[in-house]
Design a protein around this ligand. Structure first.
Ligand SMILES: *Cc1c(COP(=O)(O)O)cnc(C)c1O
Length: 286
């Protein structure tokens, strides 16, 4: 395995960063999870745009152009001879002192890892619970920033682990359901597809945006509206989306069974469409 680290490709054993890196000391940094399908890096431009937006939002100047960053991803796949892979692209604040002041960090740390990976939660329907950990409000730490500070999601995941289910759903500070630990939520009710809107404590998933587009192409009505637990419990179909998980049906939430634990028609259709387009939208490894 070859890992890109600050301009060089190194072995897994050599891919080490300083204990003074603020990515480690403070979770100060941003990242993307990206997939390549059959030699096409799916929605790579959109992932790079979101990475630079996340970085700008936290005043982190990335010393590479977007074009150079695209090459980092493509070259990491080439170095590892991978056509189908999960890619983790990370930019940290870099090495500083033990204080949190980012001005002490002179050079961001950039690394890129590519590994073969099956869909994170498998292909079957999953069980989920809502947890007591709330998603961070936009005025505390905006979930729109895909940052290395993931404890909010990890604490939610720990509750799901204790309950022996696959995924945790988080509510926002008002009690609306906003997202999973690393994925967006969709419900289908009477043929209408619904998902929480952009400004409601969510990370605006690229898979989410693609699913909305595919649904519209299919003539399915899409509404970006706040969702309550009632909407989830009474859904005809329920699924989550994310780069690592892809599109995963949810068969049970807080003990309520959804669609008799069967994959719903609209979920099935969107999964098929997603499989068709995922090798068509993105940047080809040349
Ligand atoms: C990355 C992420 C998602 C999914 O975004 P994709 O772009 O579809 O991978 C959803 N929620 C959170 C908290 C995330 O970090």
């Amino acid at each position: 395995m070859k890992i890109y680290l600050n301009g060089k490709f190194v072995s897994k054993e050599e891919a080490k960063i300083s204990v003074f890196d603020h990515g480690l000391l403070y979770g100060d940094g941003v990242f993307e999870g990206i997939r390549a399908y059959d030699g096409v890096v799916f929605m790579l431009k959109e992932h790079i745009d979101r990475l630079y937006d996340s970085a700008k939002s936290i005043c982190l100047d990335i010393p590479l152009t977007k074009e150079e960053m695209i090459d980092v991803v493509i070259n990491t796949l080439k170095e590892n001879n991978l056509k189908d892979a999960y890619i983790r692209l990370v930019v940290t604040r870099g090495v500083g002192d033990l204080g949190l002041d980012p001005r002490k960090c002179k050079e961001p740390t950039i690394f890129c890892i590519a590994v073969p990976m099956e869909p994170l939660l498998g292909e079957d329907g999953i069980r989920a619970i809502t947890v007591s950990v709330r998603r961070l409000p936009v005025d505390v730490l905006n979930p729109a920033v895909k940052s290395l500070n993931y404890l909010n999601s990890i604490l939610a995941k720990i509750q799901a682990n204790y309950a022996n289910v696959d995924e945790a759903f988080l509510l926002d500070d008002k009690g609306f359901v906003v997202e999973g630990t690393g994925d967006n939520i969709f419900v289908v009710k009477n043929g209408v597809l619904k998902t929480p809107p952009e400004y409601q404590s969510i990370l605006k998933g690229i898979t989410r945006d693609v699913v909305i587009e595919l649904a519209k192409e299919e003539g399915i009505e899409v509404r970006e509206v706040p969702l309550t637990l009632h909407d989830l419990y009474t859904a005809d179909e329920l699924f989550i989306t994310g780069t690592a998980a892809e599109i995963v049906p949810v068969f049970e939430v807080d003990g309520r069974v959804i669609n008799n634990k069967k994959v719903g028609e609209i979920t099935k259709k969107l999964r098929e469409k997603f499989k068709e387009i995922r090798t068509k939208r993105g940047i080809k490894i040349q």
